[in-house]
Ligand binder design. Structure first.
Ligand SMILES: C[S@@+](CC[C@H](N)C(=O)[O-])C[C@H]1O[C@@H](n2cnc3c(N)ncnc32)[C@H](O)[C@@H]1O
Length: 278
């Protein structure tokens, strides 16, 4: 999997805009396929409405966007945090009014999309951000919106890329999305054969999805207790805590009041919970 290594410039740095920009400047872009990813190409071919609003976060060199444009789609947005890359993209697509190129952080982005395409963006984020990713995807999708693309079905020694498993993703996206598909991809490029899952997840717009900052949780034992106590609140469907114990994603039939959540974790004075707003 040497083609996946992007941590060439330095791994001892935060994985932020400067990190990614340095990879593009140094041309250490081992993840770059140089072509549209075949499973995504095949998926795009099934989308009938050419005016669908499509977002590609962490778009990189945007071979997927290029393919989508070639098929006659009229409303594509790509976003990436690396200025060096985005300058190149703006030049590459400068005469095309069917694509919006945004330099920015996906987590600050606002909009509504019918489809969001995942291609080595999730795996590029620190795993501590996975709950935030689910929350943000849910927000950006229209009521029947779909998150489709590829997730790694394997682990890596260090990252990025950061891997995962089908079981982990099923827990993470549970109740926030309906699983239309989460299967080993049959048409991945050769170096990634049998190591990618193709996902097609439909937004569940009948539920409330909220993200909170947590304070005071130091171990997985405390995490399990908090999860148990929060799940016991009437109407709560799923509770997912980030692996640094700093954030919790709560999926519920109706939004749970902060007071109810505070009461549920009040057995330890040091535990604090605070809502994260858009
Ligand atoms: C592993 S690369 C994948 C690029 C592209 N999807 C591909 O497959 O070639 C991850 C991309 O996500 C971008 N990125 C990382 N964090 C981001 C964020 N918070 N918001 C937007 N883009 C981000 C990086 O700049 C980089 O281009």
């Amino acid at each position: 999997m040497s083609d996946l290594k992007c941590c060439v410039v330095s791994c001892d740095r935060p994985i932020d805009a400067a990190y990614w920009d340095a990879q593009y400047e140094a041309k250490t872009t081992g993840w770059d396929l140089g072509q549209v990813s075949p499973p995504i190409q095949a998926y795009v071919d099934t989308i009938a409405n050419k005016n669908s609003r499509i977002l590609i976060p962490g778009c990189g060199n945007s071979y997927e966007a290029h393919y989508i444009l070639e098929q006659g789609f009229t409303n594509i947005t790509v976003i990436d945090i690396a200025p060096t890359l985005v300058t190149v993209l703006k030049e590459k697509f400068k005469n095309n009014t069917n694509i919006q190129i945004v330099l920015g952080d996906f987590f600050d982005h606002q909009g509504k999309y019918d489809f969001i395409i995942e291609q080595t963006f999730f795996c590029a984020l620190p795993p501590t951000m996975r709950q935030k990713y689910v929350w943000k995807m849910h927000q950006l999708l229209s009521d029947d919106g779909i998150l489709a693309g590829l997730l790694f079905n394997r682990t890596f020694e260090s990252g990025p890329p950061f891997g995962g498993s089908k079981e982990e993703y099923e827990m993470l996206f549970k109740d926030t999305f309906d699983f239309l598909k989460i299967d080993v991809s049959k048409n991945s490029i050769a170096p990634r054969a049998n190591s990618e899952l193709f996902i097609e997840l439909k937004k569940n717009s009948l539920i409330s999805v909220s993200l909170y900052e947590l304070e005071g949780i130091m171990c997985s034992g405390c995490m399990e207790t908090i999860t148990e106590k929060t799940l016991a609140i009437e109407g709560v469907l799923n509770v997912s805590i980030s692996n640094n114990f700093a954030e919790v994603l709560i999926v519920s039939k109706n939004e749970i009041t902060l007071k109810t959540l505070e009461q549920a974790i009040a057995h330890e004075e040091k535990y604090k919970i605070k809502k994260i707003n858009t």
